[in-house]
Design a protein around this ligand. Sequence first.
Ligand code: 5GP
Ligand code: ZN
Length: 113
Amino acid sequence: MKDCVFCKIISGEISSKFEYEDENMIIIKDINPQATIHLLLIPKKHFSNLMDITEEQTEILAQCLKKLSHIYLDLGLDRGFRIVCNSGLDACQSVYHLHIHILGGELLSDKMA
Ligand code: 5GP
Ligand code: ZN
């Protein structure tokens, strides 16, 4: 999608190191990390957030999360991780291409926000 920063990263128009890539998704480091490890799991297909997700997009997202269960060790997340998916205004979503924040590499707060 035109003017979407994550579509530009996926297409290579904006260069970014991929920590992982497969047919469904890329994983990159967040440019403004909020934890020792802060990654973004980004589906290659553009969809805005969880508020208007289709059956097909739900299936893609499920495959991405299943893959995460296979690769989290390679990402340095052996002690566990937290995932966050900001959707919409109250969640302060800033990039409207669905992405999952993956946080870890340290003991995170037991408060969610
Ligand atoms: P949101 O607030 O939409 O849930 O999260 C968007 C995230 O994308 C933010 O944590 C922000 O730091 C990250 N981000 C925005 N632009 C870029 C970029 O060009 N490269 C990378 N690696 N992260 C970005
Ligand atoms: Zn996009």
